[in-house]
Design a protein around this ligand. Structure first.
Ligand code: ADP
Ligand code: ZN
Ligand code: ZN
Length: 747
């Protein structure tokens, strides 16, 4: 037997290739595709860790002497065959090294330690007396006040005879000392159960009875799953139309047939609410992954998934690599979200990986969104995705009223505030009626900066080409890109004027306005500064849900996924901010963001209302939103993209040249362009730039960009990498760095 192996540190090109080793007789049965092995490599007796990619009984044609594998690194293979195929796909599709493609799939913590299968036990607390006598036992102690805490625990056991200790600890009613007393008295007992015992039946009674439109959508999905061949579906439905309920049925069908499913959701939507919707239906075969899991938790999950104990994984982008058994369905919820594209090598897009896996497994890919990406819309038009639509909101919920306010008129009428009269009145009306308000600001290009009224000077970061942001809490200026903190200048550094003041309208400024006018109704704020981590978000959102405050101000984070029955007004403070960013996707992003935000208004039985403030009311994006012409928006935007030769009609290969010396960077990027021109004799590709990047300096590094545009993705990738290699091999690039990306998602 011969094994072809990728060396695990092979990040440089020369050694990122397959090396052949022979498999010693003693290791023969254990070495499999996906195994991690120790192999001799380099000079002398050096060994390296490698991954087995192929096994074959034919000796290779290579001329050098073939050495044997030294030993196995783990007891069992770390990857299954499907994952090796995914790695190959990443290498071919994104042009990354094989070693990196493998690394991205390996749970952190496993890269250094050997992996062995383990059966983990969970502690359960089980009723130690007959269930029939539990009631009378509780009754017999009813008169004792000291029994109150014990009773609270025992009440839980009236419903379930055995509860995991972990779940008990999470419950507020459980006092640890009372629990030990009950165990000591022999009412309850502790026992260890292996996780492998988990086989939860599906709880059918939790499924909602679907309306007609949902039923039709569900039937089409079930048919697709039943067909047992690849199908891609675009499940397009306005927010609140019940998409989730529909794909829960699809998951159910897959489980009934012995398959498994992955559900990708944006990190921000990974809430307890989301998990509960899955848990109540599918019980303990469901697991969540998220960025705050520690290494042990990640390993444990990987192992349970690999063994098929977990059949439904809900998670962000990276969950798409999970080693599921018999994976038959991948759902990508809010598929238009940019977080599905990785920003570090391999710069994969989760939808691409999901599609590849479903094609391989003859499964179904569901892309769900109220506002699909233009790429997905285009795929649907070309019949590569089947469209399944939901056009109505569930139940009585109706679509909100939309009003667009021209802020130029407000200014003319002498209103210098950031809040129009219309929005102010709407807020007042809403909170007086006991309802709630969400106010949305666009974070990008929309923070409070310090600017001189006399000369126009804006305080920028010393290290980055970006205005510093004013923070009231710390009373300082901060750079959001490198973290620099500075005191606020008392006079203009440029002209000496004392008339230096705060400008713009960040969340803090809006909050200030609200505190002045609506304080008694309670005001909450959610942005990257107030809320650290997901728990922070959850806390704010839960407080809002409980009416601890009734007006929530925030950045785009608040526009996503949360269901608040009492929110009847959504205000968008400055709708057009994002339109001025130099990115050909800014119209698409603005459309998506505002439409998602609209979906937050009036989700219960109450009618919703939306006020959009803008300096640019004639813009086609706002017009299409106002008149709810979604298809017209997509068609118009497609026309523009086609005219300009941008995706989805073409592919992009972007290059960023980075360095501390601006002159050198500019010179390099021009030389680089020369290479691309030289090898573009047939004119297959368009070369855009070079130009300074949207943020031309970050942490003292200058950034220049070159963009290659081509219709043939494969050729573009080859061309992009080929010329870059030539350039790197021939030029003395010194300390200059060059990053590249194929199909980048932001400019
Ligand atoms: P979407 O994913 O399209 O935003 P959801 O599936 O989350 O929509 O549904 C929105 C709300 O309506 C949820 O609270 C959900 O439980 C409820 N819902 C959805 N479908 C039904 C139905 N057929 N009957 C009752 N409630 C439903
Ligand atoms: Zn000045
Ligand atoms: Zn900075």
């Amino acid at each position: 037997m011969y094994a072809q192996v990728i060396i695990n540190f092979a990040k440089t090109q020369e050694i990122d290739r397959l090396f052949t080793y022979s498999v010693p007789y003693t290791l023969l049965p254990k070495v499999q595709i996906g195994s991690r092995v120790k192999v001799p490599f380099g000079q002398g007796n050096h060994t390296q860790i490698g991954y087995v990619i192929h096994l074959s009984s034919n000796p290779p044609e290579e001329h050098y002497r073939i050495k044997p594998i030294v030993s196995l690194f783990d007891e069992i293979p770390v990857f299954n065959e499907e994952q090796i195929e995914i790695a190959k796909f990443l290498v071919n599709y994104y042009g990354c090294s094989f070693a990196m493609a493998l690394e991205v799939m390996l749970p952190p913590g496993m890269s250094k330690k050997p992996y062995s299968s383990f059966e983990e036990a969970e502690t359960y607390i089980t009723l130690n007396i007959k269930p029939e006598v539990l009631k009378s036992y509780i009754a017999s102690k009813a008169h004792m006040k000291s029994f109150n805490k014990q009773r609270a625990i025992l009440m839980l056991f009236l419903i379930q005879a055995s509860i995991s200790l972990e779940d008990l600890k999470k419950s507020n009613e459980v006092s640890p000392s009372s629990l030990s007393t009950l165990i000591k008295n022999g009412i309850l007992r502790k026992e260890e159960k292996f996780i492998g015992f988990r086989k939860d039946p599906i709880h059918y009674d939790y499924f909602k009875k679907l309306n007609l439109e949902q039923t039709y959508a569900k039937d089409q999905l079930l048919a697709a799953i039943g067909a047992n061949r690849y199908e891609g579906v675009l499940l397009q439905g306005i927010t609140g139309s019940g998409k989730t309920e529909v794909f829960l049925y699809a998951i159910c069908k897959v489980l009934e047939e012995g398959g498994s499913a992955i559900v990708l959701v944006p990190e921000i939507a990974l809430t307890r609410q989301t998990l509960m919707r899955f848990k109540e239906r599918f019980g303990n075969v469901v697991a969540l992954t998220h960025s705050r899991m520690n290494q042990t938790e990640r390993l444990r999950l990987y192992e349970q998934v690999r063994k098929g104990q977990i059949k439904v994984v809900i998670g962000p982008r990276s969950a798409v690599f999970m080693p599921m058994q018999n994976l038959k369905l991948i759902v990508v919820d809010e598929e238009h979200e940019t977080t599905y594209k990785s920003e570090t090598t391999p710069k994969y897009h989760a939808i691409d990986v999901a599609r590849m896996r479903m094609i391989r497994n003859s499964g179904v890919l569901i892309l769900a969104s109220a506002t699909p990406s233009l790429e997905s819309y285009y795929e649907m038009k070309r019949d590569r995705l089947k469209l399944i639509e939901l056009t109505q909101r569930v139940g009585n919920a109706t679509l909100p009223e939309i009003e667009i306010v021209d802020m130029r008129k407000e200014l003319k009428n002498g209103n210098m505030q950031i809040m129009s009269h219309t929005l102010h009145e709407a807020i007042e009306r809403t909170v007086r009626a006991g309802n709630q308000v969400m106010l949305l600001l666009n974070r990008r290009g929309h923070s409070t900066f310090v600017n001189c009224r006399s000369c126009g000077f804006v305080v920028k970061c010393k290290h980055c080409d970006i205005a510093m942001t004013y923070h009231r809490q710390s009373s300082s200026l901060e750079c959001h890109y490198c973290g620099l903190k500075e005191p606020i200048p008392s006079m203009c550094p440029a002209c000496g004027s004392k008339h230096i003041r705060f400008f713009g309208s960040g969340t803090e400024k809006v909050e200030e306005y609200l505190n002045k006018h609506f304080k008694p109704y309670g005001i909450g704020r959610m942005d990257f500064d107030t809320t650290t981590g997901k728990e922070g978000h959850n806390k704010v959102l839960e407080a809002f849900q409980n009416h601890e405050f009734n007006i929530l101000v925030g950045t785009q984070m608040i526009a996503k996924g949360h269901d608040f029955k009492d929110v009847t007004l959504v205000g968008i403070i400055a709708a057009d901010q994002a339109l001025y960013i130099q990115d050909f996707r800014s119209e698409e992003r603005t459309y998506q963001l505002i439409t998602q935000a609209l979906g937050r208004a009036g989700r219960g039985d109450k009618k919703g209302e939306v006020v959009i403030q803008t300096y640019n009311p004639e813009h086609f994006v706002l017009e299409k939103i106002k008149f709810r012409q979604q298809q017209a928006f997509y068609e118009e935007e497609l026309k523009i993209r086609k005219m300009l030769g941008y995706p989805p009609y073409t592919h992009l290969f972007s290059l960023t040249v980075l360095g501390r010396n601006e002159k050198e960077v500019i010179q390099m990027v021009h030389t680089l362009k020369y290479y691309y021109e030289y090898y573009n004799k047939k004119g297959l590709f368009r070369i855009v730039g070079p130009s300074a990047a949207a943020i031309s300096r970050i942490a003292d590094e200058y950034r220049w960009q070159l963009i290659l545009v081509g219709e043939d993705r494969e050729k573009l990738l080859l061309y992009g990498k080929y010329c870059l290699n030539k350039f790197i091999n021939r030029e003395n690039t010194g300390t200059i760095k060059i990053n590249w990306d194929i199909d980048p998602i932001s400019m």
